[in-house]
Ligand binder design. Sequence first.
Ligand SMILES: Nc1ncnc2c1ncn2[C@@H]1O[C@H](COP(=O)(O)OP(=O)(O)O)[C@@H](O)[C@H]1O
Ligand SMILES: [Mg+2]
Length: 394
Amino acid sequence: MNSLPVVIPKDINKYFFNRKKEISQINANLSLLDMDVANQFLITGYRGVGKTFLLKKILNDQPDKYLTAYIDLSKIYGAQKGELTEEKVIKEILDKINETINKDEKLYDNIKSHITNFINQLKLKNYDLSNIKLTHIELPEIKDNYLKLSKFTMELPQLIVDSSPDIKGFIIVIDEFQLLKSLKKPDAFFWLIRSYSQEQFNVSYIFTGSVSQTGEIINMINGQNGAFGGRMLQFNIDPFTKDQTKRYLNERLSSLKFTDGGFERFYSCTRGIPAYINSLASILPSNIECDEEIIKETLLLNVDQIVIMWLYVWGSLTSIEKEMIIFMVENEHVNWSLLARELNYSKSTITKYVDSLLNKGIIEHTFNKEYVLSDKMLKTWLEIKYENDGIYPA
Ligand SMILES: Nc1ncnc2c1ncn2[C@@H]1O[C@H](COP(=O)(O)OP(=O)(O)O)[C@@H](O)[C@H]1O
Ligand SMILES: [Mg+2]
């Protein structure tokens, strides 16, 4: 094979590399659904490290006895211009569960009457369910009915399992879950999920997002006083090691050759993050041995292509957030007081946007309460753009 994907490809198996250990650990715990043991998962790791790809592969490979739903919060977050609400999230979960059951006529016929009964019990009057395809549910009065709607949505997956003899479990992935931190009451939302999931023996939730394993949100959801109080199984997805990177490139892009120093440079630029490995390797010349100089030049000239995953994120930031990031590129030892002193905003504004950057996994706390960019490549990109264009990207 001689190409590497720069997005998540349709043909997952053709491009997916390794992660055998993570896959078997996660699958071993998911397979307990058969025995009415529902684990909840928390999967962290840097942006671009391969969390989404891994989970898509895992969902894809589940046996038919498990139903799956995948919810990407960054999609609704983007569509809502950063205003995420509980209702929107619940509705998205419902939509995806609905997609799953509508895919399978037989399953659908099986569970139809059970769902109708449940709806009648809940007296979800505002939802016209005469034609029970859930896609036709009108959700006009979500506000008044949020409690009922969330009860309906959260109990639906277990109801589906209970009413279908062939189905043993339901696996629900919530991707970029750190964005839930922008809800008005994020803890209340985690407690809601917790309160339903603890009484459901066949529904596993997998929360995953581009956050560090010690992030504040992790504490909120799985810390001692968090909703799940440490009961969630936590996995961090690591970048590829040097050896894995070497093996991956040999196997998947054998035309690419490095000098020893060239490979070292390649690894230190990409830090083993597959998103960067794929995009940088794809544009390196394949007819010559790449040395340090070639890697450096290629990065300089094609930096936009390499940081492609950041372009979208950068475009979605407010001007204050961008200003803060640039401040962190230009200064060392940045802490809250320095930001408050040097940037011309009120203290509450500084706090609001620092929180927002932390929640998005763009910056993180160091042990001594300084802020740093989570990804050095973001810094490299901004520096190269400034050097080339004289200004930072808008
Ligand atoms: N196991 C893997 N094998 C091959 N390529 C991978 C792998 N994991 C990630 N990638 C590449 O990295 C890119 C980013 O992965 P993604 O799952 O979107 O990262 P994350 O969700 O952690 O931000 C993918 O589009 C894919 O090209
Ligand atoms: Mg992802």
